[in-house]
Design a protein around this ligand. Structure first.
Ligand SMILES: [Zn+2]
Length: 145
């Protein structure tokens, strides 16, 4: 067998990766890719490994549980207008999934008062919220307390 042969369908069809990811969120599943060589987890899913450069990865899922490491309230320039329009309280922060990968995320339900309470206790546990935005479902987080 030719070791350099690229076996994943996704390699030739990156849109399939994107579609599976978004469809997964709709069903409450967080898809990621796991490197077949070094085991690193790629999130958002990507068809090659960023850790070691290996070309082949396989599908895996994340629980969505993780730790909120840092957060900020958004200012006028980086506000998420669609969230403001919905009247949601939120912050933007850095979440590390329990499986390893990190992402910049929106964390819902954090008021100024709550922010003051948790600031000295970071990192704090968060859990996923699959939020229906109308045309699509996206991944947010909330405090797991
Ligand atoms: Zn790898």
């Amino acid at each position: 067998m030719d070791q350099n042969r690229i076996s994943t369908e996704e390699f030739w069809n990156p849109e399939h990766v994107v579609e599976k990811f978004w469809n997964g969120l709709k069903e409450g599943t967080i898809y990621a890719k796991k490197c077949k060589e070094c085991g690193a987890i790629e999130f958002p899913p990507h068809h090659a490994c960023n850790a070691c450069g290996y070309h082949d990865t396989e599908w895996t899922t994340l629980t969505g549980k993780g730790m909120l490491k840092t957060f900020v309230f958004t200012g006028a320039l980086n506000a998420r207008l669609e969230l403001e329009d919905m009247g949601l309280k939120y912050v933007c922060g850095e979440v590390q999934f329990e499986e390893g990968p990190e992402m910049n995320a929106v964390i819902l339900g954090i008021s100024k008062k709550k922010a003051r309470e948790i600031t000295d206790h970071l990192p704090v546990r968060v859990r996923p919220v699959f939020y229906d935005m109308g045309r699509y479902t996206t991944l947010f987080f909330e405090l797991d307390e």
